[in-house]
Design a protein around this ligand. Structure first.
Ligand SMILES: NC(=O)c1ccc[n+]([C@@H]2O[C@H](COP(=O)([O-])OP(=O)(O)OC[C@H]3O[C@@H](n4cnc5c(N)ncnc54)[C@H](OP(=O)(O)O)[C@@H]3O)[C@@H](O)[C@H]2O)c1
Length: 628
């Protein structure tokens, strides 16, 4: 006779489904840090559909996703599901699992009750036309990460998964080991094997960021198994041995270099040259590891903003940088010359489809993929494990928790086909870069059902702009324009040609003109050679917030303002800051007195031209083009 609820660790007989189960739940009313958000509750065991399976969970993997689910940001996953028609006002997370099949839907053919399985976290609607026609389910709009974007994850006695998510559990692994690798390993598999001509092959060199991390440790093993030569990048020599034992030919300590971050501007010859020196030194460290002058065919990317410029530079001609995350930021800067001239590929990649997940799992079944489990926790410690992640105090590698398994070390029912060298992370290894966002994030699409609301106080450009324009001619020299800037105490001058604004010369342009030139050479240059061509203009009636977005989007500090089709003045970031931040704060900030607008509008061209008020403007209402 089936019990209504089984205690944790007390497994119902095979195929027996109790009405209720123990689970760790997140609810909206307690969104917050993991210690607040997760609570143990008893809920009904979920029913399954024809293509679904009910798995008795033995162990679950821990990922950062459920830290975000608990915080309720950047999305409230519960509200999102309620809106889509699911009634449950809670979330059961967990996107990795090992367990035993207890019930199968009528259409499930790949597993049967009693099978020991591991679960990959990709779910999709089998009736989606794209999927039905044989397309990659990863491109289906119905694609979801189980246990984050969907409910009924592995932090419960029973998990509801699609049949296609179930893969055979490697017999030589413990329950907790088997629960640790699928998400990261399948992601790494697609990154390395999923991209046609650029997929990894024997003889390739693969450069792997974060070699001792969750993804990196999997990538080393997958590349090695393909006959490629992995090189790992880590943040300390104490991790070299770990990566080499996993299969890396050698390692590079990223802390030996300091050229990280966004690319210097290509006009900044000194900055760019310094960057080039740094990235070349890094490239030669790759050659040192290889013992030959070869560039990586594949760069395995996830740090993002700080490393992408380097990844693209060092990648071989015709090679690929495959990226699945932007842990350090999303604004990747690329020197397009290297991308097009050397015909490299920057390829986005996200988790994996079912075929790829199973191909990856084949490697685990063959004993060629160590799960690299760095720490396992008990069921009661699920919030603690997430709290450690939230505080960035968790170990590198992959973590898991026991659910149905009563002790660590259970679940092994066979010998490993291959005995791998055992490798452990160095003691006291700590994270230095927090994860900015979950691996899966709903991005605004072209046709979003909801209107996007912009919060704005209604201020217009004309409320803050400086009226009048100080200009110069394209043939004026840098020295002449520098004199105008000094005399007028302004930071940019509009370049006028035939009554039209054709560009802007800013102090940044002047400084960049001096980079790599003698003072005399720089002074003699005509400003047309150093100006930022094409004047970005906005209308005086534009919302201030839109003008700010225009400036930040174009990486500029000012816009030329038109009114009734005529040049009318300039709005600069400084104008925005001055008017929006109280003067006493500004005085401290700028560390010098704030000057009143003092520019004079120009009617002629050239620095020596007579300046007179533009029509409709008074001399005192003249403009300075703004101070940065
Ligand atoms: N799209 C997907 O399907 C998918 C799937 C899984 C994970 N992800 C995302 O991928 C990222 C990595 O996941 P993970 O599980 O491998 O995380 P992890 O275990 O924390 O490893 C990340 C590694 O990145 C390295 N790193 C940190 N800061 C760095 C920097 N500034 N420059 C270079 N390397 C840096 C660290 O190694 P060192 O300090 O030793 O260099 C660390 O080991 C996360 O953002 C995660 O959300 C995406």
């Amino acid at each position: 006779m089936a019990k209504e609820l089984y205690n944790l660790g007390e497994m119902p007989s095979l195929g027996e489904i109790p009405e209720k189960m123990n689970a760790w739940l997140i609810r909206p009313e307690r969104f917050g840090t993991p210690m607040e958000a997760f609570q143990k509750e008893v809920v009904n065991v979920p029913p399954i559909a024809a293509d679904e399976v009910l798995v008795y969970v033995m162990a679950a993997g821990i990922n950062y996703n459920n830290v975000w689910a608990g915080l309720g940001i950047p999305v409230n996953v519960i509200a999102a599901r309620n809106k889509a028609g699911e009634p449950e006002e809670f979330h059961i997370g967990g996107s990795d699992a090992s367990g035993i099949v207890h019930q199968v839907g009528k259409d499930v053919t790949n597993v049967k009750v009693g099978d020991e399985v591991v679960i990959h976290c990709g779910r999709w609607d089998r009736d989606c036309p794209g999927v039905k026609s044989g397309g990659d389910p990863m491109y289906s709009p119905t694609y979801r990460i189980w246990g984050y974007e969907t409910n009924w994850g592995s932090f419960a006695q029973f998990a509801n998964v699609q049949g296609q998510q179930c893969m055979p559990k490697p017999k030589h692994m413990t329950w907790e080991g088997a629960a640790a690798y699928t998400l990261v390993a399948a992601t790494a598999w697609r990154m390395l094997h999923g991209w046609g001509v650029n997929s990894v092959k024997a003889g390739d060199v693969v450069l792997i960021w974060g070699g001792a991390g969750g993804l990196g440790s999997m990538a080393i093993q997958i590349a090695k198994a393909a006959g490629a030569t992995p090189i790992a990048i880590v943040s300390g020599e104490d991790k070299f041995d770990y990566c080499v034992k996993l299969g890396a030919k050698g390692c590079i300590n990223r802390n030996d270099f300091d050229h990280w971050g966004m690319l210097p501007h290509w006009k900044d010859s000194a900055g760019y040259t310094k960057w080039l020196k740094g990235v070349r030194a890094f490239g030669s460290a790759i050659w040192d590891v290889l013992g030959e002058k070869r560039a990586p065919n594949i760069v395995f990317e996830h740090p993002g903003e700080t490393t992408i410029p380097t990844s693209i530079f060092v990648c071989d001609t015709g090679g690929m940088v495959a990226v699945c995350a932007g842990t350090t930021g999303y604004n990747a800067t690329v020197d397009l010359r290297y991308l097009w001239m050397r015909q490299k590929r920057l390829q986005g990649s996200h988790f994996a489809n079912g075929v790829q997940s199973n191909q990856m799992n084949e490697l685990a079944l063959r004993g060629l993929l160590d799960p690299c489990m760095s720490r396992a926790f008990t069921y009661d410690e699920i919030p603690v494990a997430h709290q450690l992640m939230y505080e960035n105090k968790h170990p590198h590698g992959n973590m898991s928790v026991l659910v149905g398994a009563t002790e660590f070390g259970l679940g092994v029912s066979g010998e490993p086909p291959v005995v791998l060298p055992h490798t452990t992370l160095p003691k006291g290894d700590v994270h230095t870069t927090p994860h900015p966002y979950p691996m899966s994030e709903p991005l605004p699409g072209i046709a979003e059902p909801e209107a996007i609301t912009i919060v704005d106080d209604g201020a217009k450009v004309k409320d803050l702009m400086h009226r009048g324009v100080i200009g110069c001619a394209p043939g004026d020299t840098v020295a002449q324009v520098a004199r105008i800037m000094i005399d007028k105490d302004i930071h940019a001058v509009v370049v006028m040609d035939g009554g039209q604004a054709v560009g802007v010369v800013s102090q940044t342009d002047m400084v960049l003109a001096r980079q790599g030139r003698t003072p005399d050479e720089a002074r003699a240059m005509p400003v047309r050679d150093i100006m930022t061509p094409g004047c970005v203009t906005c209308d005086a009636g534009l919302l201030l917030s839109e003008a700010v977005s225009l400036m930040t989007g174009r990486r500029m500090h000012r816009l030329v303002v038109t009114e009734n089709g005529q040049l009318a003045g300039v709005i600069s970031m400084t104008d925005v800051v001055r008017k929006r931040i109280p003067a006493r704060h500004l005085a401290l900030w700028l560390a010098r007195p704030i000057l009143a607008p003092a520019g004079i509008p120009v009617s002629g061209t050239g620095p020596s031209a007579t300046r007179s008020p533009a029509p409709g403007m008074t001399p005192s209402g003249g403009l300075q083009v703004g101070r940065n």
